[in-house]
Each structure stands twice: as structure tokens, then as C-alpha cells.
Design a protein around this ligand. Structure first.
Ligand SMILES: Cc1ncc(COP(=O)(O)O)c(C=O)c1O
Length: 423
């Protein structure tokens, strides 16, 4: 049960009818539940009770400053992948000692920026990057704390575009050469080797890939300590999957067909499956969840503009497009779509498409949906992660507004862009 729910036939976010929010603030509109965000964070962070750890929220999932500030208050750290994300994190109030910096292509200026702010750790992805960070730290008269990102060659059984822990992926250092690379890192004078980092992918729904990875990482910590390389922290990355199908249920909503492999074990289960293994290493533990914290915190509201029936297919054309929520176009990702107000007009088989001039601009294809017509509003569920953060101005479309709901209160946390804002 999330904080988006139907009261009788009307969708609510916490205590507020979503239709009223849509009418007041217009569409397309991202709506976030404050309570959901906090509960998600606590369900992950709380699973570490008594263990030295930091839950570094992955900003790439959603870097709205107001959501970040709520996470700061909860004690979160930040996982950044660019100087821009480090900047957002610092501005929101994350302490530099809780900021990690990952990414296969860190620019020199980004490394300088991160060094200047003395962040917790550079998660380094290649031997060449080690040399570059060492040089830049030397010039700056400082030492860089680093963790090496290991590619454990584990199949996370997720979409190939968000799988990152296989040999064929560009991420991390091959586990086969990890020890050699750690020795090299330890030989560089301006680096302080502190940790091992790994992140095997996103939207992972099975526990086993995490368990296998944890075993490999702990084994590596032991081997490194045996040759005198002290590892003080394990950064285990993120990747915990969330529910996209049947995110919300109601007798008037068609049940979405599940293949059986789409159920998420849940945040506590992800952590408890690996915690006993990771604890054997006697290290501080860092994790970097993004989607599991913000995914079901947000929905995207859109309004039906037109209907169209070409004899072969029926289309419902809405005012949100792939520029607002790219996941369906990018990875054929499934998002549940449901009207804000349910009626007894029955269901039909339709494509729900946006206004962008691409055939790939769709939210649902060949889907059984409650009948919707011009002026009706619909919610696209589980849109809080990789929604707004992946949005663009494609087709010169101003970006959507974002609002935060707290009980009966609604607050704009990002103004809708106007035509004049387009550069
Ligand atoms: C290094 C790293 N950490 C954390 C994350 C967050 O992943 P998720 O949102 O699936 O938890 C990502 C996302 O791809 C990532 O690349």
C-alpha cells in the first residue's frame, strides 16, 4: 500500500484528491508524496540498525532540491555522477563526508571540484582514471580517498541498458585484475585507498545476483588485507527493483498481466539478503539506492487531448510526452496508467501516446484501459525515479512542474517552465 490510493473512485495522494491538484497546477505535472519518500528511505536505512553505514541516495534518479532536503534531514548521503550532482548535493545540505562520486568518464574539472570539496570517496572505474586523479590531487597538494569499482561479472537479470555488472558493460574494473589494480592504486602517492565499490545494475528483482556479488566483494576484501591493502568501506551500490505492474489496484481497473518474475522482494529483503555476508568484512557499508527511494514516491499526471481510431488501432493522445517521461521509449519500460476518476464506462484496448513527433512516444501500447476521453486526467504511476531527471526539451516543449504533497497541503517544488524559459 502506497500513499497513492483510491477513495471510492477518486485517486488521492495522501489526503489530497489528485484531480484538484491537476486542476490547480495544470498538466503535465509530477506529484510526489512526502510521506512515501520518507517511508521508503527509512525502510532501507532502518534495515542497517546497529551497523556502521551510509545510505547514499543516487541523485540521478531524481534531484529535485526539495526532495533532496528531506533526505538530508533523514540523515542520507549522496551518490553523485557529475560535478553538477555534487553541486546539487552540497546545495541541498548533504555533508561532503557523505558524498560519493562515480562515473566512467570524470572530467579533470569535475575531479578538481570534488577534491576541493573533500568528498567521501571517488569511485574509480579504470587504471587510467587512477593515474589522472593522482596527478590532479598532487597538483592540488592533497590526497584523494578512493574506492575501486569492481565489475563482478554477474548477470543482474534486468534490462540490458541498465545492467552494469557484466564483463561486456563499460563499468568498473574486471574482478580478475582487481588485485593488480588495487596494488597500482596503493603505489600512487596522492591516493588513499579506502574502499571497494560495485553496482551491478538497476531495477533488479532477484536477490541472488546481490548475494553472489556480496560474496565476491567480501572475498576480495580478505585477499587485499592479506597483502597489506586495508579496505575500510564497501560501497555496494544500488539497484533494488520496484513495482511497476499493478502499482495500484481497484475493482474498476483491469489487472495487469504479470509474468511471475516481476514481484519485488522489497527493500528490507534486499538489505537483509546481503547484510550478514557484508558484515563478515568488518567494513563500513555504503549503499546507493535511487529508484527504491523515489520510484513509487511520484506520479506523472497528464490530460487527454484527443481520441483517434484509424480502423486498426485506437489511440488516446495525452498532453505528456516522451520528453516528460522517457522510460517507455528508452527501455520499453512498463508504467501503469489509470484515470484519476474511475467510472463505469467500461474498458477498451488502446495505445496511450504523447504529442511528440516520434512513433516511440508512447506510455502504453495495446493496453486494456478504462475508457477515457478529452478532458479526462490520468496518472502514470511509479514515475518518481528517472522521470523528471531524464526529461528534456525535445520538440521545444517546456518542462513539467513538480509539486510535493504533505497530507492535505500541496507545494510547488519546481515551477512549470514557460515558453520564455526555452533557450
Ligand atoms: C553507480 C550507481 N549507483 C547507484 C545507482 C542507482 O541505481 P538504482 O536507482 O537502481 O538504485 C546507479 C544507477 O544506475 C549507479 O549507476
Amino acid at each position: 500500500m502506497t500513499h497513492f490510493h483510491y477513495k471510492e473512485n477518486q485517486l488521492f495522494c495522501e489526503e489530497t484528491p489528485v484531480r484538484e491538484i491537476a486542476e490547480e497546477f495544470g498538466t503535465p505535472l509530477y506529484i510526489y508524496s512526502r510521506q512515501q519518500l520518507i517511508e521508503n528511505f527509512r525502510s532501507i536505512d532502518g534495515a542497517f540498525a546497529g551497523v556502521d553505514h551510509t545510505t547514499c541516495y543516487a541523485l540521478k534518479a531524481n534531484s529535485n532540491p526539495e526532495l533532496l532536503k528531506l533526505l538530508v534531514k533523514e540523515g542520507a548521503g549522496a551518490d553523485a555522477v557529475s560535478a553538477g550532482e555534487i553541486h546539487h548535493a552540497l546545495k541541498a545540505g548533504f555533508h561532503p563526508s557523505k558524498i560519493t562520486f562515480a562515473g566512467v568518464g570524470k572530467q579533470d574539472s569535475e575531479i578538481e571540484y570534488a577534491l576541493k570539496h573533500d568528498i567521501f570517496s571517488f569511485n574509480v572505474e579504470s587504471a587510467e582514471e587512477l593515474a589522472v586523479i593522482n596527478d590532479i590531487a598532487g597538483r592540488a597538494g592533497t590526497k584523494a580517498r578512493i574506492a575501486l569499482r569492481i565489475n563482478p561479472d554477474i548477470d543482474a537479470a534486468t534490462h540490458p541498458y541498465i545492467s552494469t555488472g557484466l564483463k561486456t558493460n563499460k563499468f568498473g574494473i574486471d574482478i580478475e585484475v582487481a588485485i593488480e589494480t588495487f596494488k597500482y592504486a596503493a603505489s600512487l602517492p596522492n591516493l588513499q585507498v579506502d574502499g571497494i565499490h560495485t553496482h551491478i545494475g538497476s531495477q533488479i528483482l532477484k536477490l541472488d545476483p546481490f548475494v553472489q556479488t556480496a560474496r565476491k566483494v567480501v572475498d576480495l576484501v580478505g585477499k587485499l588485507r592479506a597483502i597489506g591493502i586495508g579496505i575500510r568501506h564497501i560501497d555496494f551500490g544500488g539497484g533494488y527493483g520496484v513495482t511497476y505492474k499493478n502499482a495500484i489496484k481497484h475493482p474498476l481497473l483491469p489487472l495487469e498481466h504479470e509474468t511471475g518474475s516481476e514481484a519485488t522482494p522489497g527493500n528490507e529483503a534486499f538489505i537483509s539478503s546481503v547484510l550478514p555476508i557484508l558484515r563478515q568484512a568488518d567494513c563500513k557499508i555504503v549503499i546507493e539506492p535511487g529508484r527504491a527511494i523515489v520510484g513509487n514516491t511520484g506520479i506523472l499526471i497528464t490530460k487527454v487531448l484527443y481520441r483517434k481510431d484509424n480502423g486498426v488501432k485506437k489511440f488516446v493522445i495525452v498532453d505528456a510526452g516522451m520528453n516528460d517521461l522517457m522510460r517507455p521509449s528508452l527501455y520499453q519500460a512498463h508504467h501503469q496508467v489509470a484515470p484519476l476518476v474511475l467510472n463505469e464506462k467500461g474498458t477498451e484496448h488502446v495505445d496511450i501516446v504523447g504529442p511528440v513527433c516520434e512513433t516511440g512516444d508512447f506510455f502504453a501500447r495495446e493496453r486494456t484501459m478504462p475508457f477515457m476521453e478529452r478532458g479526462d486526467y490520468a496518472a502514470i504511476f511509479t514515475a518518481g525515479a528517472y522521470g523528471f531527471s531524464l526529461s528534456s526539451h525535445y520538440n521545444a516543449r517546456p518542462k513539467a512542474a513538480e509539486v510535493l504533497v504533505n497530507g492535505e497541503k500541496v507545494r510547488v517544488i519546481r515551477e512549470r517552465e514557460k515558453l520564455e524559459d526555452l533557450k
